[in-house]
Write a protein that binds this ligand. Sequence first.
Ligand code: NAD
Ligand code: ZN
Length: 344
Amino acid sequence: MKAVTFQDIGSVAVLETPEPEILESTDAIVRVTRCAICGSDLHLYHGDIPMMPGDTCGHEFTGIIEDTGSSTTLKRGQRVVGTFHTACGACNACQRGEYHLCSSGAVFGYGPIYGSLNGSQAEFARVPHADVNLRLIPDDLADEAALFTGDILTTAFGAVKNAKVGVGSSVAIIGCGPVGIMAIQSALALGATRVYAIDLLEERLHLASSLGAVTINGSSTDPVGQILALTNGEGVDAVIEAVGGPRTILLAFEMVRPGGHIAAVGITAAQTFEYPLMQSLMKDVTFRIGLANIHRDIDQTLELVRTGKIDPTIVISHRMALSDAAEGYKLFDSRVASKVILIP
Ligand code: NAD
Ligand code: ZN
């Protein structure tokens, strides 16, 4: 089968690789119908997170059940969306509902640190614990509409929930890439009344503005000063950091109001940063960073998409054949593309 394989920093190639097989009775093989390139794939592409040359990339996918192990309840032919990280459903963490902390969890196509599980930018993918890590796509939902519930939409939605956003909240979103755009839609769906969107690229802010966010270009203005001016000097109830790295996390501490919440979802390769202890103490800030818990929220996001309250497809700028993935990575990495869908 054809698969997008990591070659070296800045280089992926579509190669012939062996088709996956059922290894455990809980596995399913999915014939991939749509897969996406995620901002997280760029960390591998840049060499910030280690990936073995030749391994298959990708973790955002929909597909059709091709084959199942003897103990799954899924049936050949069913349409499914995969969660980007896997969980066993049985360990202590899974029993607590903390699926992202599963003791045997992995991330598809994300290298040895994340469990060495083959990726899904391919014609077929093997999904372990398929009953736990796949969701049926409702009949009235296209694959493309469901695709991002397995990652960027539910990541953003979960962060917005973790930041306690509710009816009447004011929220600042740092970074208007696909995850940030999903965070804007999620915040509005949960009742936020004032959403401020910060990015460095005017075209990304344009999309944020079309959703109803007040936009701030961080390359030409001081985003903290702007947020404080727009909130009578108080700051916002919640900040969603959707870039990655210490710089934007520290901005979040500056713009959150006393008693407010910060949820950081940007993946960072930095090991440490100087935690603003005094500022946090004085403001009593709640700061949270972690991988998304897709399983906790995916049923809710699928329903928000199905009922038209969120349209995740608005971020898609390019649809390409899987065989053109190398070009897709280049377009996404250079920010010419806001989101690339690969079609096997
Ligand atoms: P992206 O790279 O497409 O978007 C990042 C955006 O941030 C870009 O629009 C960029 O212009 C903007 N930006 C960069 N520096 C900025 C600054 N100083 N101020 C304001 N904006 C700035 O990525 P994405 O797909 O939207 O993902 C965002 C982050 O979320 C990535 O780090 C990704 O790895 C991460 N992510 C995390 C999880 C998780 O489970 N925690 C899941 C999915 C994605
Ligand atoms: Zn991702």
